[in-house]
Structure formats: C-alpha cells, structure tokens
Design a protein around this ligand. Structure first.
Ligand code: TXA
Ligand code: MG
Length: 352
C-alpha cells in the first residue's frame, strides 16, 4: 500500500485546498480506512469507531494486541451522550473544564460502539482533542473516530508526521501532516465507569488540576512503579513508549547523578557498547563521554514533555546500545513525564 503524506495548514482550514484534503481523508475514514492525523498530544491513527472492520485495521497497522482498547475521539460534547450509558455530573464538569483538550474520560458504553473498538470491554474511552485538523476531520467523517497513538505498538508515540511515516509507511493510505504537536505526551485518562473517579494514566492535565475541578480523584494503584498491582488501563501494562536501546533511569541528587552517569558511560564503552545520555540544558556540559542529548530545561517541564519521545526516537536512529537518563521530580506534569520514562526504561531505575 502506498502511503500519501498530505501537508495541511491548520491556520487555513477555511481555504478550498485544505478543505479538499480534509474531505479526502474523511472519505477514506467513511470507507473503513485508516488515516493518521495530528492532535495536540501526539499523532493518532484514526478509523471509524462504529465500524468493527475499521477498528480491526488499526490493530493490524499498529501490531497491537486486540485486548488493548482504543480511545474514541469526538468533536461535539452532545455526541458523548450518544455512545455512553450514563454521564456522571463530575465528568460533565471535567469535560466542560478541559475539552477540547488532553483529557480522556472512561464511561460505561452502549451498543453504538462495538466491542472490537473497546478491546472487548463494556466501557469506552472518549476524548475531544484540541487541534483544528483533528476536529475538522472528525466533523467531516463519521463523528466518532477511534484513534490510538500512531506508532507501531511498543515504540515511542509519534510527535511529528515524520515519526508516523517511519512507523506506518506502507501500512496505511494517508498521513495528514500538521507539523509537530504542541504537548508531546498522551492525554490524561480519568475513569468514570465506577463509583469514584480515578486517574488511569497521568498526562498534561495533572492530578491537582482534576482535583481543583471536581474534588477528589484517586490514582490507579497499578501506576506505582513497584508493579505489584495490574494497571486498570490495559495499555499501561505493556513495556511501552520504549526506544530500541536499553534505557536506565538514574535517580538521586544531581551532584551524584552526573558522576554516576559518567562512570556508567565509561563502563559501557569498556564493554564495547555505544552509550547515550539524556540530560537537560542545565547539565549538558557536565558529561564527558557518550552521545549526549538534552531533553529541555528543568525550568520548563512542558518542554521536557514535548521533546521526550523525539529524543528517544533520535537515539533509535543513532543505534546506541544503552541510554542513561537523568530523572525528574514527580510534581505536577513531572508525574506524567516520570510515568512514561519509567515505562520506557522497563522500570530499570538506579538510585544513587
Ligand atoms: O493523547 C492521546 O490520548 C492519544 C491521542 C491520539 O488522542 N491517544 C492515545 O491512545 O494515547 P492509545 O491507544 O495509545 O492509548 C490509550 C490508552 C491505552 O492505555 C488503553 O489501554 C486505555 O487508553 N484505554 C482505552 N480505552 C479504555 C477503557 N475502556 N478502559 C480502560 N483503559 C482504556
Ligand atoms: Mg499509545
């Protein structure tokens, strides 16, 4: 299959040329095809959420286990009621606060969304993305677009159309290229299918932000790095977001982390391994060996989130054997950053 990459300008969606590109992508979706498109978090791999065959094509393109459910993307708040059995008041409040935006909510589903889309579960994850291209595409197609992140299963999520092309060339007919995404880390998932709301995946919308909007919200025990409890979101149980190389997170005071990484790089070199280092603007100059890449400034966590997957993919291209990374505080957005880094590291964390 030939994969067309269509550049699309989010600022010119009212122009006829851009309208035609959206229409062509929407036509593919209505016919049951798969189209990759930008959202504000990461690129998504979209298909008609109401069509079991279309959902099956997503799993096939990603090489994703069929028990891992997809998020249904909508473009109008009123569409939520068409696919859910009940809509708790707190969920309505949270949606009003953060939609369109990097928030996914889980509800008990009705029959409009087939089990093929929800990995066999009787609940459905729903998100209204905050990206003009995504919203235009959803509106122009069937209104309900199932979309996981547009990476091959197990690889870091794509934050540019080039990342998507690298993973999906030959597997899907079209990629809409809207440029690099703004957030770079997947949406926060809040589960409303049980009595009390619970965060199943931390994201750009932090636990504190959710608490401010709706009062208390718990955090899935399965997110704790000890691995003692299975996470409720099936996708969170896989080693995920991972580069090809082994990734080791080095945790502790920076005055100990830097010399420890320098020593680890030297030891790796002695064993004939190519080592990489993930550092920050503040520490870049302190490393003596290995391929050193900055993930951003410690003063701006949003920048770290935005660069994280891109840096992991760059190391894939450089064919390093092992990557040593600094760690970050788990406050605010740091919770989501460390969650993804820990998963990318397969929980290989070294305390120094
Ligand atoms: O930001 C995002 O959420 C991106 C963009 C494209 O919207 N999408 C995304 O999808 O990250 P995906 O499929 O890569 O991750 C969805 C996560 C998985 O961990 C999955 O197991 C979980 O959501 N999930 C989906 N439906 C669920 C459900 N009904 N119950 C529990 N977890 C669910
Ligand atoms: Mg994903």
């Amino acid at each position: 299959m030939k994969t067309i990459v269509e550049k699309i300008d989010a600022a010119k969606l009212a122009d006829e040329i851009e309208k035609q590109k959206i229409a062509a992508a929407a036509r593919l979706l209505k016919e049951g095809g798969v189209v990759a498109f930008p959202t504000e978090t990461v690129y998504g791999l979209g298909a008609d959420a109401q069509n079991p065959e279309a959902s099956r094509r997503i799993y096939e393109a990603k090489g994703r286990p069929s028990d891992n459910p997809l998020i249904v993307h909508i473009a109008a708040f009123s569409d939520l009621e068409l696919i859910t059995r009940e809509l708790p008041k707190a969920a309505k409040v949270l949606g009003e606060h953060f939609w369109p935006g990097p928030l996914t909510m889980i509800f008990r589903k009705n029959d409009r969304i087939p089990l093929e889309t929800t990995g066999g579960l009787d609940t459905v994850a729903v998100r209204m993305p905050n990206h003009p291209v995504a919203l235009a595409l959803i509106k122009a197609s069937t209104g309900f677009i199932a979309a996981p992140s547009a990476n091959v299963s197990g690889k870091p999520s794509p934050t540019t159309a080039e990342h998507v092309f690298c993973d999906m060339d030959g597997r899907i007919p079209m990629i809409l290229d809207g440029g690099p995404v703004g957030i770079g880390i997947e949406s926060t998932i809040v589960d409303f299918s049980e009595d009390t709301p619970m965060i199943l995946r931390p994201g750009f919308i932090t636990q504190e932000m959710v608490q401010q909007a709706i009062g208390s919200v718990s955090l899935d025990k399965g997110l704790e790095p000890d691995g003692a409890t299975a996470p409720k979101a099936p996708g969170m149980k896989y080693r995920h977001y991972a580069p090809k190389a082994e990734l080791v997170l080095v945790k502790g005071e920076m005055c100990r982390v830097i010399p420890a990484i320098n020593r680890l790089v030297q030891e790796a070199g002695q064993q004939g391994k190519r080592a990489g280092v993930i550092c920050t603007e503040e520490t870049c100059g302190s490393y003596q060996g290995g391929i050193v890449k900055s993930i951003g400034s410690r003063k701006e966590k949003a920048g770290i989130a935005r660069h994280m997957y891109g840096v992991l993919r760059e190391f894939d291209e450089l064919d390093v054997d092992i990557i040593f990374s600094e760690s970050f505080s788990e406050e605010g957005l740091g919770q989501a950053i460390m969650n993804r880094m820990q998963k990318a590291a397969g929980h290989r964390v070294m305390e120094v």
